[in-house]
Design a protein around this ligand. Structure first.
Ligand SMILES: [Zn+2]
Ligand SMILES: [Zn+2]
Length: 330
C-alpha cells in the first residue's frame, strides 16, 4: 500500500510502499478514505511531545475509513461500514483513571498515528471499540476534522463550563468547528487570531463570532472563559488579562511554549488555568451527535496523500482556513 512515512522527526515524510496491516483480535482493517492533518502531527514531526513515537511512523489520527476486514472477535461493524478513528486508539480499561471514567488520562493509552500507525496511508487497523460510527450528513473530507480538532476542542469547551462570553485564542481547525458549537449553545464568541490576520478575523465573524481581533488586543468586554488553541504560552497570560472573575482559561493543545511568569493579581478572584488532554469515547459520542444538529460545517482544504508534507507546512504557516485533509481513496 502507499503510505507517507516519518522515518525520523524533522525529516521530510517519505512516500513508501508498505505491506498492508492485518487486523489483530478486536481490530478492524480500514481502507482509508480521508485523514485530517492536525497541529499535533507537527508537534510529533518537531519532536515536541513527551515520550517517543513509534518509528518509522505513519502519522494521522483523524481517519475516515471503510471497514474491509475484521480481526478475531471483532463484530461491532459490518464490512463496508464507514467509521472514524480518533487520537485515543486504545485504553486499558483497568487503570485508576479508566475506572473513574477518565480514559483520556489512561496510563497505558495508545495513540493513533503516534504509538500505532495512523491514516497517512491506504490502509490502517484500529481497535473497533475506539472507532466511531460517523453521521451520514458529512462527506469523508468534512468528517475527518471532527475526529480531533472537533472532539478535543469539544472536551475543552466542556471544561470551560457555562461561560457566556468565551474567547478563542488561535482560530484554526479546532476553533472554527467549536465556534459554531458555542454559538449554537447561545454563547458569545470572541475570536483572537495572529495580529493583522484580517482574513482569519473575517472568517471567524462569518462563523458567528461576535468580535474578532488580534491576540495582543483586549476584547471589548471581559471574558467568562477562554480556550487557547494556539501553542503559544504567553496567550495563557493574555487570556487571563482579558478574563472576568471566576473565568476558566483552558489550553487545548498537547504542547505549548513556555508560559511566562505573571502577577498573582491576574489569577486572583477564582480564575483558573487548565489543560485538556486527549478525549474519552463519551466526548466523541457527544460531539458526533450534536454536530449535525448545529449543524457544524467544517471548512476543508484537501490534498492528495502524496502531498502530506505540503499540508503539514501549510498548517504550520497558518495558511489554511479551517482544516487540512488528505484524500486517500474514494
Ligand atoms: Zn487506563
Ligand atoms: Zn489531533
Amino acid at each position: 500500500m502507499r503510505a507517507m512515512v516519518l522515518d525520523r522527526p524533522g525529516q521530510p515524510l517519505r512516500a513508501a510502499e508498505l505491506p498492508e496491516p492485518q487486523p489483530g483480535p478486536g481490530q478492524v482493517k480500514l481502507a482509508v478514505r480521508t485523514c485530517g492533518v492536525c497541529r499535533t502531527d507537527l508537534h510529533i514531526y518537531d519532536s515536541e511531545l513527551q515520550g517517543e513515537p513509534k518509528l518509522p511512523l505513519v502519522m494521522g489520527h483523524q481517519i475516515v475509513g471503510e471497514v474491509v476486514a475484521a480481526g478475531e472477535g471483532a463484530r461491532r461493524f459490518e464490512l463496508g461500514d464507514r467509521v472514524g478513528v480518533p487520537w485515543l486508539g486504545w485504553a486499558d480499561g483497568t487503570c485508576r483513571y479508566c475506572r473513574e471514567g477518565r480514559e483520556n488520562l489512561c496510563e497505558n493509552a495508545r495513540f493513533t498515528g503516534y504509538d500505532v500507525d495512523g491514516g497517512y496511508a491506504e490502509f490502517a487497523v484500529a481497535a473497533e471499540a475506539f472507532c466511531f460510527p460517523l453521521p451520514p450528513a458529512y462527506s469523508d473530507a468534512e468528517a475527518a476534522p471532527l475526529l480531533c480538532a472537533g472532539l478535543i476542542g469539544y472536551r475543552a469547551l466542556r471544561l470551560v463550563g457555562e461561560a457566556e462570553r468565551i474567547g478563542f485564542y488561535g482560530f484554526g481547525s479546532s476553533a472554527h468547528i467549536l465556534c459554531q458549537v458555542a454559538v449554537h449553545e447561545g454563547r458569545r464568541v470572541f475570536a483572537f487570531t495572529r495580529d493583522g490576520d484580517t482574513d482569519g478575523q473575517a472568517f471567524a465573524r462569518s462563523l458567528g463570532a461576535e468580535w474578532a481581533g488580534g491576540s495582543s488586543e483586549l476584547p471589548p468586554e471581559e471574558l467568562d472563559g477562554a480556550i487557547v488553541f494556539a501553542a503559544v504560552g504567553p496567550l495563557m497570560v493574555q487570556a487571563l488579562k482579558a478574563s472576568a472573575r471566576g473565568a476558566r482559561v483552558i489550553s487545548a493543545g498537547i504542547h505549548m511554549s513556555e508560559i511566562p511568569a505573571f502577577s498573582y493579581d491576574l489569577l486572583w478572584e477564582e480564575r483558573t488555568l487548565g489543560s485538556v488532554a486527549n478525549l474519552t469515547r463519551a466526548d466523541g459520542d457527544d460531539l458526533l451527535r450534536i454536530a449535525p444538529q448545529v449543524p457544524v460545517r467544517a471548512a476543508v482544504t484537501t490534498y492528495p496523500l502524496e502531498d502530506a508534507q505540503q499540508a503539514l507546512e501549510d498548517v504550520r504557516a497558518g495558511k489554511i482556513e479551517g482544516s487540512a485533509v488528505l484524500v486517500v481513496g474514494e
